[in-house]
Design a protein around this ligand. Structure first.
Ligand code: AMP
Ligand code: GLY
Length: 425
């Protein structure tokens, strides 16, 4: 088989690395990829959101399966284009990707399907949004409706914060049209977990649960980021909870999307808060998580390609997923300045090993420099992942490996997968 992975981050490097190991696969391509994917796949110089060029390239290159990493091409209809041309694609249609593309839509689906989530209102003008926030004394979460690169959510503690957030999104339009509508949610408390399932539009296969660390600094402090590290499994999610989430969240969502004539095929990611009253959905994503995918895939010893293909073709019934009982931890190394404006072009040393067995370093914001050396090119630069007997062991192996990877200004959290804040209080 010839498989194209769309995207160029750590998630896509992990996917390409995993797909490369399949005996079914003859060639793996990655568009646009990065220097890490170049070691396991052939990079194709097409941007991940250039739907036209990707569709043309796929048709010209006899691709048997396209696996889409990021949300932007999904929302733009890449899966629809490929499916219309007869290419199996792992990733939902534009209509189904609205589960991530519009928070108001996803809340409406959750309400229709009876899925446990925070109470909310959706607003297009300031006054009613303010009134809704006031009724909760400002202890609300304000969310831009559309895609805002993970920056569209503001957790507010009082009315001043809620008003500032509403004004900046709805009036000042800091996220452009993504903020033409806002969702104002009840503010919940509890540990968070990411549960991601493969779906064929009807059935689901739940992947091992993971926990992300969104804040830049140790102890879950500082501004939100795209994710500074993740681990799997997570102490807050046991098998009973996974079954409950499958029964009360994932399957009802998939059924509701099918009922609407827009079946969801791809990775359905439920971002959950584990409240004292049970799990509540904070968000859906229509794709694999980043950095969650990196440690999750390290825990899947089997061939992932039959599962991706089965989901793409709409029949996961014959597919099971074997899970490695060991733990995996992934620590993100970010560039100086992240999550603000970052410096780029710093030479990276040691990113390609050699590393001991059970260690993988996935590239994200890297590129080949002028003299052929790998340099930094974005905020999240690398994810250093390791398997270990338990989470503490995996963390210590990941941090050990991390000491041999160096670039100027590198910042990373010291507490990923370690006891304390990682428990998600
Ligand atoms: P989201 O992009 O919707 O997952 O939101 C980003 C982050 O905001 C989440 O990981 C939570 O930490 C926080 N958050 C979102 N919704 C809520 C909520 N209803 N209550 C408390 N925190 C929330
Ligand atoms: N790690 C969070 C996300 O992928 O959305």
């Amino acid at each position: 088989m010839r498989i194209l992975v769309v995207g160029g981050g750590g998630r896509e490097h992990a996917l390409a690395w995993k797909i490369r190991q399949s005996p079914l696969v003859s060639r793996v391509f990655c568009a646009p990829g990065n220097p890490g994917t170049a070691r396991v796949a052939e990079n194709v110089a097409i941007a991940a959101d250039d739907v036209e060029a990707l569709a043309r390239w796929t048709a010209d290159n006899r691709i048997d399966l396209v696996v889409v990493g990021p949300e932007a091409p999904l929302v733009l209809g890449l899966a629809d284009r490929l499916a219309a041309a007869g290419t199996p694609v792992f990733g939902p249609s534009a209509a189904a990707a609205q589960l991530e593309g519009s928070k108001a839509f996803s809340k409406e689906v959750m309400a229709a399907a009876g899925i446990p989530t925070a109470a909310y209102g959706a607003f297009e003008s300031l006054e009613p949004a303010l009134a809704h926030a006031r009724a909760a004394a400002g202890r609300v979460v304000v969310k831009a409706d559309g895609l805002a690169a993970g920056k569209g959510v503001v957790v507010c503690g009082d009315m001043a914060e809620a008003e500032a957030a509403l004004r900046s999104i709805l009036v000042d339009r800091i996220h452009g049209n993504a903020g033409a509508r806002v969702v104002v949610e009840e503010r919940l408390t509890g540990p968070e977990a990411s549960i991601i399932a493969l779906s064929d539009g009807e059935r689901v296969r739940v992947l091992p649960p993971a926990q992300d660390h969104k804040r830049i600094s140790d102890g879950d402090r500082g501004p939100n980021t795209g994710g500074m590290g993740a681990f799997s499994p997570t102490p807050s999610v046991d098998d009973a909870l996974i079954s409950e989430v499958e029964r009360s969240v994932l399957l009802p969502t998939v059924r509701e999307m099918a009922r609407r004539g827009t079946p969801f095929r791809g990775a359905l990611y439920a971002g959950l808060m584990l409240t004292p009253d049970g799990p509540r959905v904070l968000e859906f994503n229509a794709r694999f998580g980043d950095p969650e995918t990196q440690p999750i895939l390290m825990r899947l010893p089997g061939d992932l390609v039959p599962a991706l293909l089965a989901a793409a073709r709409g029949d996961l019934s014959g597919v099971g997923l074997e899970v490695d009982p060991r733990a995996a931890v992934g620590v993100v190394m970010a560039a100086e300045g992240y999550p603000g404006k970052v410096t780029v072009g710093d030479v990276i040393e040691g990113a390609d090993g050699p590393f001991p067995p059970g260690v993988q370093v996935f590239h994200a914001g890297t590129k080949a420099g002028p003299d052929g050396r790998t340099v930094t090119s974005g905020g999240r630069v690398l994810t250093v992942c390791a398997l270990g007997a338990d989470r503490a062991d995996a963390a210590s192996r990941a941090y050990q490996a991390l000491t041999s990877v160096r670039f100027r200004g590198a910042q990373y959290r010291r507490d990923i997968g370690r006891a304390g804040p990682g428990e998600g209080t």
